[in-house]
Design a protein around this ligand. Structure first.
Ligand SMILES: [Zn+2]
Length: 177
């Protein structure tokens, strides 16, 4: 998909880049029809700043592009904003690590302050797509070939690489998360 812009890892950087260097976000081709001509099409806003620290950056602008051929719109997100998720990668990683170390759903919910349904949804992709994601990561990073299978793979990988980076890499080949 290549929907995630790997180089932008904080909301401060993102807001700055949208104002100063917006072409960073222009996709090379339409994700729907692969036509290469995309017009600027304003932006939409996301409440991406959930830090609760300092002055909020919300609403955070996300640039939008219109395909000159199929007329569908598309956009790219900085690595720090998770596609199709309300919370950022850092919060999701905390919950996943708790699950991987044997914490129950209720325990994860209590510790993270998230609803049990949210915890279940986040851990759902690990159950459903963990092996597929691991396969893609192993083919990209030779050194991962020696890491254990199953949940142990993620237990090893997440603290080392970070969920934001993992998802940014996977996004090149797949729809994440
Ligand atoms: Zn198109």
């Amino acid at each position: 998909m290549n929907r995630i812009l790997v180089s932008i890892t904080s909301l401060d950087e993102h807001v700055n880049a949208v104002a100063m260097n917006p072409d960073l976000y222009r996709p090379q081709a339409c994700p729907h029809c692969e036509y290469s001509r995309l017009w600027n099409h304003g932006c939409y806003y996301r409440k991406a700043d959930r830090s609760g620290l300092g002055q909020s950056l919300n609403p955070v602008p996300v640039l939008r592009y219109l395909c000159a051929s199929c007329k569908k719109t598309c956009s790219r997100l900085p690595a720090c904003i998770a596609p199709r998720r309300w919370y950022d990668w850092a919060m999701q990683q905390i919950v996943l690590m708790l699950m991987l170390t044997g914490c129950c759903v209720q325990g994860c919910a209590d510790f993270s302050g998230r609803a049990r349904s949210t915890v279940r949804r986040w851990s759902g992709w690990l159950t459903e797509r963990g092996e597929l994601f691991a396969f893609h990561l192993r083919s990209r990073f030779a050194e991962l070939g020696r890491t254990p299978q199953g949940e142990a793979f993620w237990h090893h990988l997440l603290p080392d690489m970070g969920l934001m980076r993992v998802m940014s890499w996977l996004d090149r080949d797949l729809i994440v998360p």
